[in-house]
Design a protein around this ligand. Structure first.
Ligand SMILES: [Zn+2]
Ligand SMILES: [Zn+2]
Length: 374
């Protein structure tokens, strides 16, 4: 096989000063795309070979230095034979392609951590403001009590798997563009357990695990935002053969409250004043996250005026302090007038002049609106 004369750095798409990690990453990405088992492109095999060769050279300090100094000629004079890779790094390719460990997994079967469980709870906005407690119901796989998790009916025999002799994995010699290699896979007879159950447990059908209904109480911290998750460590599905259990992720939904708009830790609400209340001044009740509160509005309160209730917003999650609550004034203009009301308003209009509406400057409607949403 002739050495390719392509620039190895170009083949991998990395800079000449690339770190080992960058080179590895670039190779893995390309290998996934180009491997003949995966790619349909007619030149995939040839490109894969080139990329593998580039990786082989650049991943080792000796060959990389030789190549950096003297190029392809330097490698040849240094005795490098492309295509005869002793792929110590072949296992890298394997884990990249198959998620499979080439040389490992002799001895005991793999014990994997239990799977995670996802659950959901819903709280009202006012509950999110003060914190809440909720029950979460879910099904979790637990170790079968009858068989203790080994899947065998108590008193019956468990024998070592003959196919893999208890190793849980079998090795096959396979052929690829890189030459022959040994491929190690989970044993097809025992599924990787290394043992075979002669009589399956009647409770779990040999699975070693059963589903259990569980209820957990979860504390929803004050200030939580919609969609945030709470992790309950080790409360998920049991792992294989006594491995660590998975976690429970509780997604918290904060139900929108029609009275408030939440923005970060601040909340907004509006209050309606009649024209007379706004002109004469009034005390009105407004809802807050902590319940109803009386607010006094001075005579001449304008639409768009904003009252800031400092520290009455949402608590800062796992922090100190709270956001603010801003109350935006809306003035209700009468839509339907009786004859008497009309007469009074007409009389009022006649008695009004510029002075009736003159402001003290700098508090136009739009200024107020902007300050509400700053
Ligand atoms: Zn069982
Ligand atoms: Zn086996």
């Amino acid at each position: 096989m002739a050495a390719t004369q392509h620039d190895y750095y170009e083949l991998l798409g990395v800079a000449r000063g690339a770190s080992d990690a960058e080179i590895k990453k670039a190779f893995r990405k390309l290998a996934r795309e180009l491997h003949p088992d995966v790619s349909e492109a007619p030149d995939a095999e040839e490109r894969f070979r080139q990329v593998a060769e580039a990786y082989e050279v650049l991943s080792k300090p000796e060959t990389r230095e030789l190549y950096d100094r003297y190029g392809h000629a330097g490698l040849r004079s240094g005795g490098f034979q492309p295509g005869h890779f002793d792929f110590g790094s072949l296992s890298d390719i394997f884990s990249a392609f198959f998620g499979d460990d080439l040389f490992g997994a002799t001895g005991r079967p793999n014990r994997s951590r239990g799977a995670d469980v996802v659950a959901e709870v819903e709280v009202e906005l006012v509950e999110a403001a003060r914190g809440a407690s909720r029950e979460v119901h879910y099904d979790a796989a637990v170790t079968c009590a009858r068989c203790g998790g080994d899947g065998a009916e108590p008193g019956t025999e468990v024998v070592t798997c003959e196919t893999c002799r208890g190793a849980g994995r079998v090795q096959q010699v396979a052929r690829s563009v890189l030459g022959e290699f040994v491929r190690s896979t989970a044993c097809p007879t025992c599924g990787g357990a290394g043992r075979v159950v002669t009589t399956p447990c009647t409770d779990c059908d040999g699975a070693g695990r059963v589903l259990e209904e569980r209820t957990l109480r979860v504390d929803v911290p004050a200030g939580i935002h919609d969609g945030q998750q709470i992790r309950l460590s080790g409360e998920g599905h049991a792992g294989d053969g006594g491995a660590r259990a998975g976690d429970v992720y509780v997604r918290v939904r904060v139900r929108p409250d029609p009275r408030f708009v939440r923005e970060g830790n601040d909340v907004f609400s509006t209050v309606d004043l009649t024209v007379a209340q706004a002109a004469l001044g009034a005390t009105v009740t407004v809802p807050t996250l902590e319940g109803d509160q009386e607010l006094e509005f001075a005579a001449g309160t304008q639409p768009g005026a904003v009252r800031t209730l400092r520290g009455k917003g949402m608590p800062v999650l796992q922090g100190f302090g709270r956001g603010d609550h801003r109350v935006l004034v809306n003035v209700l203009v009468p839509r339907r007038l009786s004859d008497d009301q009309r007469a009074l308003l007409e009389q009022f209009e006649q008695l009004s002049d510029e002075d009736t509406y003159r402001g003290d400057g700098g508090d136009g409607f739009f200024d107020k609106l902007k300050s509400a949403f700053r």
